[in-house]
Design a protein around this ligand. Structure first.
Ligand code: CP
Length: 330
């Protein structure tokens, strides 16, 4: 990250902590607008801290943050670690592989063990939907959902919203097309709730077999929600196109005819982007399968915000850690 070399005063931490009341951050569904605004405005202050030469404050000195990941991750785990260290917290990183989980230790025992060790905030990724919520019920430490099955990935959606708003300002009336394997996507679900709350038009687009039928049925009559199996039609007039990874590891046999057919109908490429609004923003939560759901020239083109999303993830996660720690201290 490029940092200013101008003389510095001590970076100020924002006075937003007092307004946060939740113990955990498990989902974006049910987050109030004022809570979203609080996270995003705190993230602005955190981004300012990161731009300074040291890029760190001691706001969470004495706080221990652990990451416990039962699934692979690069972005979420690394950015939580960087975020926690930038706030002066102590950090413990655990993966299921190499921990006592491999010896059969249960989720609850693992969580209680970490609490006994002195962990204050636990960031958890788990393949089962609801696992972080179960852990949160059995622990007095704060839980942050770093992605649970096909359910939710709240900090990804918050950093996506933060990034969109940096470019578009208000999202009211904007058309955001989320394309790909939505059935298996916790990112799509978490984005949906935030974007509807912002007044955006959200379009889920993908093969019928990769659209979440029950969720779509439950959204019938929601004025700003749309779905389509036709990417050309969906992308027309789009302000944001978010491509999702084709989750090959979660595909049951036969959900798509072939990867080649998927690419032909659903790849976000330059030809399709030309149908969107001028200046359309291209996003992807990562990791990308370049050449499958997104073409390499679009993934790395001028309209792509992929790297900016990752960079913004640190400030947004600093904000979440800072707010949760504040609620614990009261
Ligand atoms: N977007 C996201 O969750 O990436 P990782 O799996 O690398 O954490």
């Amino acid at each position: 990250m490029a940092r200013s070399t101008a003389p510095q005063t001590a970076p100020a931490v924002p006075a937003t902590q007092a307004r946060w009341t939740r113990k955990d951050l498990l989902d974006t569904e049910g987050l109030r607008r004022e809570e979203v605004e609080l996270i995003l405005s705190t993230a602005d202050a955190m981004a300012e801290i990161r731009r300074r030469p040291v890029g760190k404050v001691a706001a969470l000195r004495g706080v221990t943050v652990a990451t416990l990941f039962y699934e692979q991750s690069t972005r979420t785990r690394a950015s939580f670690e960087v975020a926690a260290k930038a706030l002066g917290a102590d950090v413990v990183n655990l993966t299921a592989a190499g921990s006592s989980v491999e010896k059969g230790e249960s989720l609850i025992d693992t969580v209680r063990t970490l609490e006994s060790i002195g962990v204050d905030i636990l960031v958890m990724r788990h393949p089962s939907a609801g696992a972080p919520a179960v852990a949160a019920k059995h622990a007095s430490m704060s839980l942050i959902n770093g992605g649970d099955g096909m359910h939710a990935h709240p900090t990804q959606a918050l950093l996506d919203l933060y990034t969109m708003r940096k470019h578009l300002g208000s999202l009211a009336g904007r058309r955001v097309v989320i394309v790909g394997d939505i059935l298996h996507s916790r990112v799509a679900r978490s984005n949906l709730w935030l974007l509807l709350g912002e007044g955006a038009h959200v379009v889920f687009c993908g093969p019928a077999t990769l659209l979440p039928r029950h969720l779509i049925r439950s959204l019938e009559g929601t004025p700003n929600f749309h779905w389509s199996t036709d990417l050309e039609a969906a992308i027309s007039g789009a302000d944001v196109v978010m491509a999702l990874r084709l989750q090959k590891e979660r595909q049951e046999h036969g959900l798509i005819p072939s990867v080649r057919d998927y690419v032909r109908r659903y790849q976000v490429n330059a030809e399709r982007l030309a149908k969107a609004n001028p200046g359309v923003l291209v996003m992807h939560p990562g990791p990308m399968n370049e050449g499958i759901e997104i073409s390499p020239e679009v993934a790395h083109g001028l309209q792509s915000l992929v790297e900016e999303q990752v960079a913004n993830g640190v400030a947004v996660r600093m904000a979440v850690l800072y707010l949760l720690a504040g609620a614990r201290a009261r």
